[in-house]
Design a protein. Structure first.
Length: 135
């Protein structure tokens, strides 16, 4: 009998939604080496600003950069060793805004690739919305 090869199953990432955040979601989750990415979809009539994020499970693999669209929101300063004590502030300017009825890619880069599950981040927006991710 002839064996027909089949493509491996590809699991689609579940959109990140919240009942408290109608019209706002994070879609298209991807891993790319040491980076994670989503697309923030703002289908509301108002722009939203990313204010803050908090993560769980990354003490041994700290965040080294964060970008929204083409703009870096934060990069680990030169000469600073990544560590759980690294802190950052998201700028309160146009770089952190997702305009109304539009999308922006969001990318987080860590010190090293890590495919072990059990991590999460909460993304906090200026309209009171918080989206909880986990993988």
């Amino acid at each position: 009998p002839q064996v027909t090869p089949t493509a491996p199953a590809v699991l689609a990432a579940t959109p990140v939604l919240s009942l408290d955040c109608p019209g706002i979601q994070m879609i298209d989750f991807r891993r790319d080496g040491e980076a994670l990415a989503w697309i923030i979809d703002n289908d509301t009539d108002q722009p939203i600003r990313l204010l803050d994020l908090s993560g769980i499970g990354f003490q041994d693999n700290p965040l080294v950069s964060l970008s929204l669209g083409e703009s870096a929101l934060w990069d680990l300063p030169p000469g600073v060793t990544p560590g759980p004590e690294s802190t950052f502030t998201i700028p309160g300017d146009d770089r952190s805004i997702v305009p109304s009825h539009s999308t922006r890619p969001l990318r987080l880069s860590f010190a090293r690739p890590d495919t072990v599950p059990g991590y999460s981040y909460d993304f906090i927006f200026d309209n009171g919305c918080t989206l909880h991710t986990s993988w």
